[in-house]
Design a protein around this ligand. Structure first.
Ligand code: 6GU
Length: 238
């Protein structure tokens, strides 16, 4: 059974979008995963096919109706009863590589993309949705967040990454950001490639890369650096 993505959206034509290209697109064409975008508007019941309404209590924008969203969720659950149900919202828990890995090991996901000011709280509670955010900035809708999650998950599916790509020690897997990469020409714009990399001393190369990864992590991501240091303290390896 391959990984199954059911996306609930008001803009089904956004999919597969970028997920139809490159690594994820080739995996989709091979059948390593499937993607179905379900139009939430198809579950509207009135003659105007309305999916949203003004917020109780006043304020700007529109709120997605719980009855319409619930009907769309019911359809997705009928198609994939075993799939975890995720809603994208800027107030969700931050999506992490750990959560991505767990999802990639499972059967797939139902991904509900919010638009407007949000989704009526009751349907989120009623369906016990997992709320996820992809970072501390505001998108106009959850669709790019769903694409981010799927891109991150699909590359981890068995057979999707080539041997070369999967061999790469990854940022966030090791707890460190990546070391710098170089290719030919050896000198470009008067900048030479670090000498150690051309030397063929594999232990020296590994040590240099580790030191660079640590320096970059310390400078750019004090939060990751603190977590990495705490882990190294608990289980020293180097
Ligand atoms: Cl998941 N949705 C929206 N609308 N904005 C976001 C987000 C999600 N994650 C970060 N910003």
């Amino acid at each position: 059974m391959s990984f199954r993505a059911l996306v609930l959206t008001l803009f089904p034509e956004m999919f597969p979008g970028p997920l139809g290209q490159s690594l994820a697109g080739r995996a989709l064409a091979r059948g390593d995963w499937s993607l179905d975008a379900i139009d939430i508007r198809g579950f509207a019941t009135d003659k105007h096919r309305s999916v949203d309404d003004t917020p109780f209590g006043g304020g700007p924008g529109m709120v997605m109706r719980p009855d319409v969203v619930d009907a769309a969720v019911a359809e997705a659950l009928a198609r994939g009863p075993d799939l975890p149900l995720i809603v994208f919202t800027p107030r969700g828990k931050l999506l992490t590589q750990k959560r991505v890995r767990a999802l990639a090991e499972g059967p797939g996901a139902i991904l509900l993309c919010g638009r407007y000011e949000g989704i009526d709280e009751r349907v989120i509670a009623h369906r016990r949705m997992e709320e996820l955010s992809i970072g501390d900035y505001v998108l106009s809708g959850g669709e790019p967040a769903a694409m981010v999650l799927l891109d991150a998950a699909v590359r981890l599916l068995p057979g999707v990454m080539g041997a070369a790509e999967s061999g790469i020690e990854e940022s966030f897997a090791s707890g460190l950001l990546e070391y710098p990469h170089y290719t030919r020409p050896a000198v470009w714009q008067e900048r030479a490639v670090p000498e150690v990399l051309a030397g063929g001393n594999h232990a020296a190369i590994a040590a240099w890369r580790r030191a660079e990864a640590e320096r970059i992590t310390r400078d750019r991501r004090p939060d990751l650096w603190t977590a990495y240091r705490a882990l190294a303290e608990a289980a020293p390896t180097a």
